[in-house]
Ligand binder design. Structure first.
Ligand code: ATP
Ligand code: MN
Length: 478
């Protein structure tokens, strides 16, 4: 059997001293023709392999280069070096795959995140990305565990959709029509009846509408899948392809919705703190180093671990949109004309406004509720004031909007009225409106952008660095 190996993480946590073990992994460094730092991705900790002088021939020694893969069998012995309790005294060493040291782009030194993005196929093999992707995995797992414990049903909503009603963003078209000569109608427009699905289709921007249908049977559901937005916003917080978690709950009002979202965020942070502490400590240190280069006023007030603990242990601030605008209008920043964008009731708050509320004013996550109906989607429940809807956004320090949600409009009349006002094709949405025709109930839900959550927990600052192969305008490499 080839794979009778032990993973480095398990080995370092074990009491294997004195036993013979087999390990496999990739060389990070090789010093003095004697000491190999081997990493297998199970942990950021490298395992030290000691090669006795004279054990390997000259040629084999030359092939132990950064990036090469090895199979090593030997005795686990107490380590004399500092920082590690155990190392392997090699008895046999096999090179599984060579790595030309001249050509291998990852050198044992610090590379910039920008450079690593260009070699995203190899960046998994760095400490930073090792930690980021293990934390990402843990968060994904925690999300399923959270909802599973609460009895939510995981629904897979379609990736290809014909509905363009959500209005959450620009969409990517899905078609098999030849784009040099598509079939046309008499008036010259493209004849989508001849397209694969017999109609015009797109990649989904959200699974919410379909999620609502399922919530009308299971009471509580969630989706966790890819979503696509062809928005040409080249920011550090937007991707063209990102993952979203969208719970949808029958018999919930806006307050129930906020409570769930807050509990959910705290739960998954706690899970990562309990299961990925080493990686988070590493990322905290990385962030602290990075911030040393920044001017004092650009540095975070808290370290990463402190920030996560703070979020876990404190209630989120809850304010209405109207209160938020008042705070902004009365802020020193506004009076000193520090905001680039206008502030007045009715605006769609810009990132600078959200970050002021969270980072300067409250210094904690903030849930903003009851937004003007003009800037929110048609399905949000209309409040009695005639001006606002029962929406809630959660704003996080360093990120801005991390969650967008609302109580949904369950009253058929009010909903269709609003759809007409917003020019949403009511007939096409017959299936959605059926939920309001047959046993409609108060319900609510929200969407959490998974990568924004990963950004928050890892302390990374660019969303391109928390998804394996980012899709952004003009970039779909790998
Ligand atoms: P923003 O104002 O930041 O563009 P949005 O209002 O378009 O967000 P929603 O439509 O409410 O966002 O989507 C729900 C969640 O999905 C957001 O709270 C955010 O966490 C995430 N999200 C939205 N757009 C993107 C994107 N392009 N890339 C990554 N995550 C996103
Ligand atoms: Mn957006």
């Amino acid at each position: 059997m080839f794979n009778k190996r032990v993973k480095v993480k398990d080995l370092l946590a074990s009491e294997a001293t004195g036993q013979e073990v087999t390990v496999m992994g990739w060389v990070r460094t090789f010093r003095n023709n004697q000491f190999i730092a081997l990493n297998d991705g199970s942990t950021n900790n490298n395992l030290q392999i000691v090669v006795e002088l004279g054990m390997l021939d000259e040629n084999t020694l030359k092939r132990i280069t950064t990036g090469a893969s090895l199979k090593v069998t030997g005795e686990a012995v107490p380590s004399l070096g500092k920082g590690q309790k155990m190392e392997i005294k090699a008895r046999s060493l096999e090179i599984l795959g060579d790595s030309d040291a001249e050509k291998f782009p990852l050198q044992p030194k610090k590379h910039s995140l920008e450079f690593l993005r260009e070699i995203a196929h190899l960046r998994f093999r760095t400490n930073t990305f090792g930690a980021v992707f293990r934390v990402r995995h843990a968060l994904a797992f925690a999300i399923h565990q959270f909802f599973n414990e609460k009895g939510f049903v995981y629904i897979h909503t379609p990736i290809v959709t014909a509905s363009d009603a959500e209005g959450a963003g620009e969409m990517f078209r899905v078609t098999t029509l030849p784009f040099d000569n598509p079939p046309r109608n008499e008036d010259g427009s493209i004849n989508f009846k001849e397209d694969f699905f017999g109609r015009s289709t797109n990649l989904t921007v959200s699974g919410q509408l379909e999620g609502e249908l399922a919530a009308m049977a299971f009471s509580e559901i969630y989706t966790f899948g890819p979503t696509f937005r062809a928005e040409n916003s080249n920011t550090a917080r937007h991707l063209a392809e990102f993952w979203m978690i969208e719970p949808e709950m029958a018999f919930y009002d806006l307050e129930d919705n906020m409570n769930l979202a807050e509990e959910f965020i705290k739960y998954i942070i706690r899970y990562a703190m309990e299961h990925n502490r080493e990686d988070l400590d590493f990322l905290a240190q990385r962030l602290a180093e990075e911030e040393k280069a920044l001017p004092q006023d650009k540095r975070s007030e808290m370290g990463l671990i402190e920030k996560l603990e703070f979020v876990m242990n404190n209630n989120f601030e809850r304010i209405t949109y109207t209160e938020a605008i008042d705070i902004l209008l009365n802020s020193p920043a506004y009076k000193k004309k520090k905001f680039q964008y206008e502030v007045k009731w009715g605006i769609d708050m810009q990132s600078e406004h959200e970050r002021y509320l969270v980072e300067k004013h409250f210094k904690k996550p903030v849930i903003v509720t009851n937004y003007p109906k003009e800037i929110k989607a048609f399905y949000m429940r209309q409040n009695d004031d005639g001006k606002t809807v029962a929406a809630m956004d959660i704003l996080a320090p360093g990120i801005g909007e991390i969650v967008g949600g609302s109580q949904r409009e369950e009253r058929l009349e009010r909903l269709t009225e609003r759809m007409k006002e917003m020019h949403i094709p009511v007939e096409e949405m017959w299936w959605y409106l059926d939920t309001r025709r047959f046993g409609s109930v108060p319900h609510a839900g929200f969407g959490l952008g998974f990568e924004r959550m990963v950004l928050f927990v890892t302390g990374m600052t660019n969303i391109r660095d928390v998804i394996a192969f980012p899709r952004t305008p003009k970039n779909a490499e790998f």
